[in-house]
Structure formats: structure tokens, C-alpha cells
Write a protein that binds this ligand. Structure first.
Ligand code: BTN
Length: 254
């Protein structure tokens, strides 16, 4: 009996103890033809990758690191929606398994309180002839409990864990399973955009003063709303309203 996704797609689960990067492996397999619904999970990554060319600290046994291969029939401009959908899926999974409410910092960092506990890296390969995705990799890294070794200094004030106390042994498995289920149930059918309203209820930036990083500097702005395409609508420093489709923001400490 195969594993099935919420929309009855067959899943192929590939589990590693240690790997360089699950996203890297998923991309390699997708280039070799891996089907939609292929999932790579690892206990540790030695070369975990983050957004903006950063690395993602992925110590053993204290996190869930996984990547999903999708071959969605959506236009490349809907890429932000996959990212938005993935973060809502992760919030749903955490709530379902642990009862814990989490917040999303646009685009898709997930926080518990003022600490980041989940990072998501979406990578896509596009077919230039029809503008559609060849495939998309959604990589999710959840910091589940305190790692055995001390955190690198530069992460100390930023990164947190879902649990402070020691969770029971099955919780990690259930979180991995539900993250896969919930993310796929949203991302396999982006015609249903109900998740956008849910995204807004989790957003920790709406109505706030923020800083936007572009042209190599931080600009002051106010976060107003999330567009139907998952973009962040802001009022910029000149009072004009614009929509950001990708990028990096920080919440201004007043
Ligand atoms: C970020 O916060 O910048 C995104 C981090 C994404 C990390 C996950 S862990 C599983 C997958 N494999 C990777 O190498 N990166 C993603």
C-alpha cells in the first residue's frame, strides 16, 4: 500500500540520518525525473541552505529537515503563493500536533514569540517555453527542541525552538507527517485561496512599522495587507502604496 497525499497523489518518502541538504538532494532527484510527492527527510544536514544564499544551521536530532518535490500546474508568477501556502500548512501542522499557535513573518519565517522556529526555502526550475514550473522544491526546517551543542553565537538572539521542555518521542514523527500533509493539501491546489485569510491571521507584520531591504539599504515602511497573490502591500517612505513580491523585511523595534 503506497503512502498517499491528501489529494491521493502517491508519496515517495526517502529518509536520511545525515545529508548535505535535503533541498539539494530533492533538486537532484527532480532533475532526474522524480515525481511530484517525493519527500526527502533528514535528521541532520551538514550543508543546510537558507534564503538569500545563507546557510541553515541543522544540528542532529533536534530538528525536522524535509523537502518536497512538486510539479504544480501553476504559472511561475504564482511562486509566492506556494511559499505563502507552505507557511500556512506548517502553522496548521504545529497547531494540530501540539496546540501551539505560531506567527508568520512575511514571507515565510515562522515564529514562536520573538524567536524564529521554522525556515522555508522554495526553489523552482521554470520551463522558459511555457512559463510553467518544471518542478518546485519546498524545503522546511523546523527547530524542534534545544540542540545538544550550543547554538552558534550569531543565532543566539534570533533562533528558538518549538519546545523548551523535552517533548515525547512520537511528536517529532507526527510533526513531520502533518507538515507534509498540510503543506501538500494547500500547495497541490492553489486555485483554492482560502489559506490567504489564514495567513493574515498568523501574520506578525500587518499594521506594523517595518524596514524593507532593497537596493542595498533598509527603507522604512508600514505593512498594510497581503495581496491575493501573496505579496506584501506596504506604504513606503513617500506615502505611496506598493506590493512586494519577494524580499527581506524586518519589524522595526520602536
Ligand atoms: C531560511 O530561513 O532562510 C530558510 C531555511 C530553509 C531550511 C530548510 S531545512 C530543509 C531544506 N533543506 C535545506 O537545505 N534548506 C531547507
Amino acid at each position: 500500500q503506497p503512502w498517499l497525499s491528501p489529494t491521493n497523489q502517491e508519496l515517495e518518502l526517502i529518509v536520511y540520518k545525515t545529508i548535505g541538504s535535503t533541498n539539494q538532494e530533492a533538486k537532484k532527484l527532480a532533475l532526474e525525473g522524480a515525481k511530484t510527492g517525493t519527500v526527502i527527510i533528514a535528521e541532520e544536514q551538514t550543508q543546510g541552505r537558507g534564503r538569500m544564499g545563507r546557510s541553515f544551521y541543522s544540528p542532529p536530532k533536534s530538528g525536522v529537515y524535509l523537502s518536497l518535490v512538486l510539479r504544480p500546474e501553476v504559472a511561475a508568477q504564482d511562486a509566492v503563493l506556494l511559499t505563502t501556502g507552505a507557511s500556512v500548512g506548517v502553522c496548521r501542522a504545529i497547531k494540530k500536533v501540539t496546540g501551539i499557535e505560531t506567527q508568520i513573518k512575511w514571507v515565510n519565517d515562522i515564529y514562536r514569540g520573538d524567536r524564529k522556529i521554522v525556515g522555508i526555502l522554495t526553489e523552482a526550475v521554470t520551463n522558459f517555453e511555457n512559463g510553467q514550473f518544471e518542478f518546485v522544491i519546498i524545503g522546511i526546517g523546523l527547530n524542534f527542541k534545544q540542540p545538544e551543542a550550543a547554538l552558534p553565537k550569531e543565532l543566539e538572539d534570533i533562533v528558538g525552538t518549538l519546545f523548551n521542555e523535552k517533548p515525547d518521542a512520537l511528536t517529532r514523527n507526527r510533526l513531520a507527517a502533518e507538515m507534509i500533509n498540510e503543506v501538500l493539501s494547500i500547495c497541490e491546489d492553489l486555485t483554492n485561496r482560502d489559506f490567504l485569510a489564514e495567513y493574515k491571521t498568523h501574520s506578525m507584520v500587518l499594521g506594523k512599522q517595518i524596514k524593507v531591504f532593497r537596493n542595498n539599504e533598509w527603507e522604512v515602511a508600514t505593512a498594510l495587507d497581503i495581496s491575493d497573490e501573496g505579496g506584501l502591500m506596504i506604504k513606503n517612505q513617500f506615502g505611496q502604496i506598493e506590493t512586494l513580491n519577494t524580499g527581506e523585511i524586518s519589524i522595526r523595534k520602536l
